[in-house]
Design a protein. Sequence first.
Length: 454
Amino acid sequence: MNLAEFIDGRRDQHRAELSDFLRIPSVSAKSENKPDVERAARWVADNLRAAGFKTVEIVPTALHPLVYAESLEAPGKPTVLFYGHYDVQPAEPLHLWTSPAFEPTVRNGNLYARGTADDKGQVHIHLKALEALLKTLGTLPVNVKVMIEGEEEVGSVNLWEFVQKNRERLRADALVVSDTSMLAKGVPSITYGLRGLNYYQIELTGPAHDLHSGVFGGAVPNPLTILCETISKLHDKNFRVTIPGFYDDVATLSKQERKALNSLPWKEKEFRKTVGALGLDGEKGFTIVERLWTRPTLEVNGVWGGYMGEGAKTVIPSKAYAKISTRLVPKQEPAKIAKLVEKHIRKLLPKSVACKFEVLSMGKPWVAPYSHAIFQKAIHALESGFGKKAVFIREGGSIPFVTQMHDTFKVPCVLMGFGLPDENAHAPDEHIALENYFGGIKAVALFYQRLAAH
């Protein structure tokens, strides 16, 4: 039996096995789910052993364990490090799910459950592709190292410590990640660029404590009002960020790349449908694709303060808060941007409020030249696995680990994603298209096989 026949003959088995994986509520953010997270780690380790890996370890960390496995039985062949994560986002709000979040359900060719697209479904694609190669060939055609963590959804707190302590052990010729999306249904894709991410929290303090808005209103500073006024000044009428120096280091796209990105089979109608808003906004002078993938942004992610309960409570709040993020593009330095953001916000604020400005996280952007041979092998494997033309894309999201690994090991990073933009990752009714799941197993197996050929 050849590789494709082996994979096609196990579709029902693969789906059932993935469903077992998805039933484990491995929510890394919640302490009450820690036993479930550990159970998911054991599930991954057991699955790797069953696939044929002889070296499999569950590595404890200060929070959640990671799973490491390796097969180094292909002397003279390339070594690939595959990275993924088995932890998932919280499922709340639960009442918005059509079917329970941790009871996998098939509807209209999609498999619904938390973790289907991000990232259990995509991890399982690789596990089954590697298993297919081991079962049909008896050994892997290339050397493979597997690192699957349980803290990605809470910032990969302990992953980097493990990487730094095991640099020689993790050394490889390429990093492969499946935690991204395809451009659209029927368009298999390789992602070659990600935006960086800085995340900030602002705390404004006006009066020493909440005040009666009738007795004191009109004579004391209201930090919520001041915060809203400040936020409103962070963009101009063309939706450009007004922070001085924010765009100074932004890399200019070549005419060739700009033309290639805008020639992709990307459908604005589908994008509008996914968004569900009455209209679209964005930086003037750039297409929607350019705004999403190649331009920096500043977004307000949350604002709160004062009374938020049922009914009325007439107070002037003592404090007001906001969470703000900036997505960064190549040539922008996260530390420099963080300083510019803080400086400008402090300049906009009146002296009647005190400001506490925190940088909660920073992450660099990443972009790779896709002329490297491994990218060409990846694109051909996708086309063979799906029977459709594959494309190179960039993505607006961030995967800090990719940048860290690229900077540390100086090797190509291949982002081969099988989700879709509208599959509700991090939201209710998360799902993965089964045709992408099954096609992904075949494509990944072919990719590893092609890497062995010179």
